[in-house]
Write a protein that binds this ligand. Sequence first.
Ligand code: NAD
Length: 283
Amino acid sequence: MAQIIDGRALAAKFRGEIAAKVQSFTRRAGFPPGLAVVLVGEDPASQIYVRSKEKACREVGFYSKVHCLPQETTQSELLELVESLNTDPRIHGILVQLPVPDQIDSKAVINSIDPAKDVDGFHPVNMGRLVTGQPGLVPCTPRGIMELLKSTGIEIAGKNALVIGRSNIVGKPVAALLLAANATVTVAHSKTVGLPALARSADILVVAVGRKELVKGDWIKPGAVVIDVGMNRVEGKLYGDVAFQEAAQKAAFITPVPGGVGPMTIAMLLANTLDAAEAIIRG
Ligand code: NAD
């Protein structure tokens, strides 16, 4: 039976460490790190995410400001707000909650954020730094996944890692991080042929697809580490992308849903905001 990787406990440990660092930052700088979260429209899931991000910010002592814009906001109105946040000295991190309504081009919005304040790590400058091994802001969920892997104590170098999903938010950046950690990385996606066989050769399996229990127990290599990023709400209940009970019979370590990757994503947003604030005051 697999050992459960407790994302809630690990995230709480990070939040405690960050709160202590925020105190020291605030003493030195004379002001706290500041995060601005921008929410356009009334998507219920986004509203929940934004509320929990704001609560987490308060708890560690950040200055936090949420901008709620109406559904019909135009692209130029949103870009204007981002521009004002780029130059606001109280703000060190800017996060525009995705998805944005159809009239707004999310790429244009991401590209308008100052890369130094891009705490989601989605700006092409930060993505480029990640792929070329230069210091920059790393997307929160992938950074959290690497911390979850690290917490198991397993050696990543030389391992076969399979990432299922190739989104800019999770799949691509986590593949880059695993490669930087010297894993042999395969990225699978909706057009991949023979996914179960690929999964069976993976020592590390990261699944970020968004399909309830896509990965079955007999896809898991005995002794593998399984990181389930999926969040699929079906009839009010949350399911991962991995059939947890079956997979836990084969894996050495596995993340639960909920309580695995999710809490680490918010903790890493706090870590990124603190890192951004430190870099900005260093100049
Ligand atoms: P996305 O929709 O942008 O990408 C999904 C990827 O899965 C695509 O690359 C697609 O090619 C691939 N895919 C689709 N069907 C497939 C199949 N049958 N076989 C193999 N690959 C397939 O999704 P995303 O934004 O990366 O999110 C993925 C999941 O992770 C969602 O459930 C999302 O809610 C969740 N998520 C969770 C967190 C968290 O903090 N826990 C953060 C981000 C995303």
